[in-house]
Write a protein that binds this ligand. Sequence first.
Ligand code: GLA
Length: 754
Amino acid sequence: MDHLSRARIARRANARRLYVLYVALSGIIAAQPMQAQSTVGSIQFNPQTKVFRIEAGDVSYVLGINEKKQVQSLYWGERLNAEDSFATAISNAQASSFDLAINTTRQEFTGWGGGLYGEPDLKITFPDGNRDLVLEYVSHSITGNDLTLRLKDVSRNVYVQLNYEMDSATGILRRSAEVENKTMFPLTIEQIASGTWTLPREQDYRLRYLTGRWAGEWNLREQSIQPGKIVLESRRGSTGAQNNPWFAIDKEGANDEDSGDVWFGALGWSGSWQISVEQDPVQQVRVTGGPNSFDFAYRLNPGEHLETPYFYAGYSHDGVGGASRLLHRFELGSILPNTRRPKLRPVIYNSWEATGFRVDEAGQEELAEKAASIGVERFVVDDGWFGERSNDHAGLGDWHVNFTKFPHGLKPLIDKVHSLGMDFGLWVEPEMVNPDSDLYRKHPDWILNFPGRPRTEARNQLVLNLARPDVRQYVFDSIDQLLNKNDIAFLKWDYNRNWSEPGWAVVAPEEQKEVYINYVRSLYSILDELRRKHPLVEIESCSGGGSRVDLGIMRYTDDVWPSDNTDAFDRLSIQDGFTYAYSPGIMTSWVTDSPTWVNNRTLSLEYRFLSSMQGSLGIGANLNHWKSEDFATAKRMVAQYKEIRELVQRGALYRLISPRNGSEHSVTETVSPDQKSAVTFAFLHSSTMLYPFPRIYLRGLKPDAMYRLEEISGKTDTATPVVASGAFWMDHGVDLNLKGDFQAAAFMLKEGSK
Ligand code: GLA
């Protein structure tokens, strides 16, 4: 069979599988969203063999208790037949005096002790100097979709509880671990992970991961997994853009975007984190992740518990494209705060690139009128509205309105925005303080630093120590009052630097390193409390762009700002990388001015719109500079976006042609969950050597259904039929007449022949 036919069969099989899955799920979801989904999976325990099977979606995850009472990983991958049986787990034999069994036995969670050389899940120092920890299975419980395993050290009263919960719709498994000190003395945790994932034994694995920096986030990288260890991490106090806590592993050479086995995962933690990918001496690959162990110590007093962040992971047989589609569904269905009342993202306007810090009542009202005229639904005032904020040297920490800029407070502007039919959003950066602020003058000791040592400012600001209860209260109260006093629908919650000198002087030296955990827990508790008190307020996670995007913060925020780089061409790569891990439904993307401040590149307004319409659309351009034809284009594009936004934000994304690695082309397609419609966006960097734009082979359609093609930005070849079958669009494909530099097109397919 030739390569093309294989690809075609795979595409059809995928499309059919998706459809069957959709039909199966849609009945369930329509009946009762969350509860019904959570009963579909199953957990089975065989008391004879001591084997646990956790199953949902297309995934089986199997583990067993071996003769050493270790929790041994037995299988993770494509769902197995219910009749398949597993024998009792047996630990590996000691291969030589150098190769102790503990290093080759595939364990779910290993204490550092007994000669372990690989990455431990838990490392403890006891007050008597003992640092050996050997965990044994004690008991378990199964409640609905949750499996809990209890482990205990061989001699000391240290208990570890391993928690497993599989999402029924996607087979994505959520793991965490909880340590409890039942000894009489405090102990110090020096390293703790949520758990270890072990892949099937195989040599040629490839790791994909995301790297970046400010204005250059979301670069997809790949490397083969060799003996040794690859560490992805942040030591920055927060998630960071240098690495994002996501990974995907597949078999090198055997896969393409939409076929082949992929194991993937993401850590739900917004502090310093680490994920290590390690190949052990017998070529087994393990992935261990949790808070970063660098500069870390957590003192656990008698009776205290410490629970790790959640580490989520899944398996797809539909390539890395299938893996991201599962993750997107999981995020939208199970992670975001509004999963029970899902709302589509509104079209927003944001003032930042237009007015910078020069915000005032009259100027913002003028922009609001113009924004409303093109169909914007939410008007967001960015930085500059508070304290003595006329540039980035002052004001952070003083969350009261600047009365020079807004003499009557924010009310007149908010009323105006409402009268124009939009709701109102506001920028805040609550975790920071400028030394030039009333807050800092009053509480210079509230910041992270080591007393008497240099203190590094970044963007002229310092980080407030949220681990302190008084700081937590101040931050909560400031934002709570802002929301009480003003009719605010949306907060853009920014965080414009990472940590330096992370000292916490007021607690005992042996507790100071707990700041890495307590800060983040405190941030989550503030967001949680604000959401409970103001349930209609939506929040965006921003960190100078995409430096704090992870499944931890996402439980409290409705969308994210992926990058300060708003160049619509650069954004194609940024958005491409972003979607490997996160849903386009939460990816805010603004149309800004051309030439852009980033690259001085000139791009047509239509190109800029089409680039941004692949996510949650916003406008950030200075509307005071627009001509009447720009308003007309914008009005048309915004209206078109509203037609397709449910599809873009909730559908299944196929990355048909990647903009990475200097590609001249970029094409994405999103298919609705019922496979009745699809939207395709295509971008050309530059035509060369008379080559035509590559033919687009669509995916995910029903082969036998008829679909009508409707142009959004008409560039399809004249020979293209108006109506054709899903098979035609997927196998014959579509030609576009895209020629020149920085050209773009988009079209829809809708089921039906009329
Ligand atoms: C960060 C954000 C921007 C903008 C500025 C304001 O850089 O990412 O979008 O809000 O702060 O200072």
